[in-house]
Design a protein around this ligand. Structure first.
Ligand code: NAD
Length: 484
């Protein structure tokens, strides 16, 4: 540990948050929450029972009827008050993120900054949910189109960026006038409960936000199967998203699905290589590569291939991996044992198929889930890692000659979340932006995920958007009222 190392406070207590009550113990099953840096148990998570879930549904139903009638300016003020409280409590939230995900403190604080920006955006947008009028067919009639909250929402957030992906779901739904039952990942319930606590302390009426934790299958089947729930929002793996979409389809309720990605990065021979590398390396290893928009498949044009691989490898090999509480740490551990197994599987498969391991490729130590920043060069298209999302700190390099060939390879997969291209030519930039099949394309940048712009995918990366006006729209339905 360095002199500036930060000593964390204890992990937050875990409970069901239902109708303004903290529920724990009382014979509920529990399961441990682990610190991914050393594998130690940091908390015991009580599992929601069927009775808990029914109580959450009743509470959400009652609270929706009250909350939808609260004026938009008051809804906005409560969200902004929660933002202010979370800003005051940001160190406690950062500690929870480092303890449960392993991310370095500087990344935890970045995530909290993004979360608060996103919540602020939603609070402001609450005041701008507009309908419209159209010409009536009657002389003194009125034909009014209004936007109404869809109803109680069942939301499911993941473990990789748990504060951001929880906070923006909650704030968008509340801004629209919906109530929400949120299930955070069973690996990262603490940060979500801290966010819920801030909303309660900001004056959010009981039941407008309920948090349930425990067995994901029991929770999702019970919530989505209930006639009280009118909308599903899920961020996580594509197979789980498909399963939840089927459950929602059986009730004919709308869903927003933000699923996996496998972002291509096309680097043309006319790109500013120094600037491209300066963006590529930190973005690849941010959050130990566990991001749905992480740059993954680097397609590099012939003339710059060797230089790019060499310089990327040199930069990756100097990244300091360690405890998120150590100020020197640039990359934390992987979040769970599944990711460690996936890295081993992907790297071994690629090497067996002829890829060159230019740095990393191995686990660090024998406790926790630390993995070396890794670069694989000359990776063939049939390697597992070129087809399955690695969701970890492995950069994949492949060579191309012709731009059309690179576009075809970038679009080959069923994923379409993020995509990136680097070139100095405006004509190439326009062609690449138009041709890459993705919900979000970065041209000469990796910047994505700002609150004012929609975030979402195409193909099996999902449908619907979070953020932007689209993110509020996701929680609204349209009503036409005709006054004859
Ligand atoms: P996994 O299959 O173990 O799923 C774990 C996550 O899905 C947990 O949050 C869990 O609560 C939820 N889940 C599982 N079954 C569920 C059910 N029946 N109902 C509701 N929720 C359920 O996957 P994993 O190992 O955690 O992650 C692997 C993949 O997940 C990655 O490769 C990546 O594609 C994807 N992922 C994507 C995002 C994203 O931001 N889009 C975030 C996290 C993970």
């Amino acid at each position: 540990m360095t002199a500036q190392a930060h000593t964390p406070r204890a992990y937050t207590p875990l409970y069901q948050w239902i109708d303004g009550q903290k529920l724990a113990g009382e014979g509920r099953d529990t399961s441990p929450v682990l610190n991914p840096f050393d594998g130690s148990v940091i908390g015991e998570m009580p599992h929601a029972t069927v009775a808990d879930l029914e109580a959450a549904l009743d509470s959400s139903d009652r609270a929706f009827k009250l909350w939808r009638a609260v004026p938009a300016w008051e809804r906005s003020a409560i969200i902004l008050k929660a933002v202010a409280l979370l800003r005051e409590r940001s160190q406690a939230l950062a500690d929870a993120l480092t303890l449960e995900v392993g991310k370095p403190q500087f990344e935890a604080h970045m995530e909290i900054g993004l979360t608060l920006d996103s919540m602020t955006w939603c609070a402001e947008e609450a005041k701008r949910i507009y309908g419209r009028t159209v010409e009536s067919r009657s002389p003194h009639g009125r034909a009014i189109i209004s936007r109404e909250p869809v109803g109680p929402v069942a939301a499911f957030s993941p473990w990789n960026v748990p504060a951001l992906l929880t906070g923006r779901k909650i704030a968008a739904a509340l801004a629209a006038g919906c109530s929400m039952i949120l299930k955070p990942s069973e690996e990262t319930p603490g940060s979500c409960l801290l966010i819920a606590e801030a909303f309660a302390d900001a004056g959010l009426p009981a039941g407008v936000l309920n948090v349930v934790i425990g067995d994901p299958d029991l929770i999702s089947r019970t919530l989505i199967g209930s006639k009280i729930i009118r909308k599903v929002s899920f961020t996580g793996p594509t197979p789980v998203g498909k399963h939840l979409a089927v459950l929602a389809a059986q009730r004919v309720i709308p869903v927003t699905m933000e699923l996996g990605g496998h972002a291509p990065v096309i680097v043309c021979d006319d790109a500013d290589i120094a600037a491209t590398l300066a963006g590529s390396v930190p973005n690849k290893y941010f959050n130990a590569g566990q991001s749905c928009i992480a740059p993954t498949r680097f397609y590099l044009q012939d003339a710059i291939y060797d230089q790019f691989v060499e310089q990327f490898t040199a930069a990756a090999s100097t990244i300091v991996v360690g405890s998120g509480f150590d100020a020197a740490t640039q990359m934390g551990p992987l979040a769970n044992a599944r990711r460690l197994e996936a890295m081993e599987r992907h790297v071994n498969d690629a090497v067996a198929r002829g890829a060159a391991l230019t740095t990393g490729g191995h686990r660090i130590g024998n406790r926790g889930f630390l993995w070396q920043p890794t670069v694989l060069a000359d990776v063939p298209e049939d390697a597992l890692i070129m087809n399955d999302e690695p969701f970890g700190p492995v950069a994949v390099m492949a060579r191309f000659s012709d731009i059309d060939e690179a576009i075809a390879r970038a679009n080959r997969l069923e994923f379409g979340l993020g995509g990136y291209a680097f070139t100095r030519s405006t004509a190439r930039a326009a062609k690449l932006a138009d041709s890459i099949e993705a919900g979000m394309v970065g041209i000469n940048t990796f910047a994505m995920g700002m609150p004012e712009a929609p975030f979402g995918g195409v193909k099996q990366s999902g449908y619907g958007s979070e953020n932007g006006t689209e993110g509020i729209d996701a929680y609204l339905v349209t009503k036409f009222a005709n006054y004859g």
